[in-house]
Design a protein around this ligand. Structure first.
Ligand code: ATP
Ligand code: MG
Length: 139
């Protein structure tokens, strides 16, 4: 399915609702260009899963941020990794095979590691008048 979200607030609200369909152990890939709204979407997920208590920020200077949501949520940003070895070094498999929800920005930086695990995808496209969200990679 696809939907147009006009504003950042719309994306937050959509992601809050979407968060309710995520299950412990899910790995959600956020596919989209720079500034598409992947971090905004993650903020909505974290708000939805924490009842508004936790605010997500971009894991710009770390590879992962952890949130005490229910289930727990790990927010990854692979933009700056130089190789997938960096992910192995932080113990990425422990995260991916945990019963937390993993949300990944820039999944295309780690094709080999992510091929080990079942994933869901949300694609975010910049379009005139906002953002187009495509669920499960359908065009
Ligand atoms: N409909 C919309 N949904 C989400 N963000 C929007 C929307 N319209 C405008 N924006 C703006 O687009 C930007 C999205 O930024 P965000 O940090 O979420 O992008 P990102 O995909 O995480 O980028 P990066 O790859 O650099 O991490 C914000 O400045 C936000 O205000
Ligand atoms: Mg981001």
């Amino acid at each position: 399915m696809e939907i147009i979200l006009k504003t950042e607030k719309d994306t937050i609200e959509f992601a809050k609702k979407f968060s309710k369909q995520l299950k412990a152990g899910d790995v959600l890939l956020l596919d989209g260009d720079l500034g598409a709204g992947k971090t905004v979407f993650t903020k909505g997920l974290v708000l939805g899963l924490s009842g508004g208590k936790e605010i997500a920020i971009s894991p710009t200077f770390t590879i992962v941020n952890e949130y005490n949501t229910t289930p727990k949520l790990y927010h990854f940003d692979f933009y700056r990794i130089k190789s997938e070895d960096e992910l192995v070094a932080i113990g990425i498999e422990e995260y991916l095979f945990s019963d937390a929800i993993c949300v990944v920005e820039w999944p295309e930086r780690a094709p080999n590691i992510l091929s080990m695990v079942k994933t869901k995808t949300v694609k975010i496209l910049k379009v005139d008048g906002g953002r187009k969200i495509i669920l499960n990679g359908e065009e």
